[in-house]
Design a protein around this ligand. Sequence first.
Ligand code: HEM
Length: 319
Amino acid sequence: MNLPKIHSITKKIFVALLGAFLVIFLLFHACANLCILRHDDGAWYSAFCHFMGTNLIVKVFEVVLLGAFLLHILLTLWLWVTNKLARPVGYHQASRTKTHQGSKLQVWTGVLILALLIVHFCDFYFVKLGFVDGKYMVETQELMSDEVNAMQQAAAQYGMTPEAFIEANEQQLEMYAEQIPAEQQAEIKAQLDKLRASLPAANLVAQAEQEGMFSEDHKWIKGINSETNEQLKQAGFELEPDFYNMTREKFHNPIMAILYLIFFVIVWFHMRHAFAALFQTLGLYNYKYGPAIEVLASIYAWFVCLCFAAVVLLVFFGL
Ligand code: HEM
């Protein structure tokens, strides 16, 4: 096989720097997830996700991050293949150094992380991209257009649902068509069409009131199912994934909770080794600083993985 020639130390340095970027992202991701543990009906976490989902700089960062993930994986596999091709038969005497053992595990923990990351993306990120269904939320203010407000008030006045109110008005218009000038008829029809277009929004507000779907501060309507999301999308509304409720629902399921805990154990192994290997690749690991780097790597990996695990465990136990 003819692979383009890039010196393996160059590839290693790239892998290490991309890895460092991902390790920093994980610290940020783990800390941000702790907001889920606040008993504030998701106010902080939803605000955070809203910012992450709408800010332009974050959107650019997301592309860079996913690119870094992909490049990190491709370069690692490339290094692994070139190493295998360079020496198809193993060494007679296996190296017993700690680093070497860790490196051998690194490719396999990396492959497992990739597999679990696909599960993780199907759970959350692909919902944002619209590839899979989830739960959604929308700012109440966005739904409450003048039409929705007017329709709600009028329908309530007659003790009707918004649908029944529109239908009754359409019937009246048909019944008295001969007595109403054509111009006025067209105007009323246009108004009724506008009201019909805002029906999904009005229905959702009514449903939210009945089923207590408002956030505590009434700012959001949450826990919207994919069918309603589809209807509102067609009516021109843009909903956001309700990651707070999705996370809480997900980790109440023992199988998902266990799967994610396994995920974090593998991430721990990968990150623990990656952190120390990064310094080694950059030539900063020596007898003087080596022990300190090892301790720092452990603290870092434990901190990040315990933050992730805390979310799963505390949500699972309903705390
Ligand atoms: C308790 C554990 C975790 C929870 C609750 C969680 C939750 C989430 C959520 C809700 C998103 C979508 C956020 C958005 O797009 O706005 C996301 C995205 C992502 N997660 Fe996680 N995550 C967890 C652990 C992990 C771990 C261990 C990794 C990596 C090894 C990881 C890597 C990613 C990546 C790469 C993205 C896509 C980039 C992004 O949207 O920022 N997550 N996660």
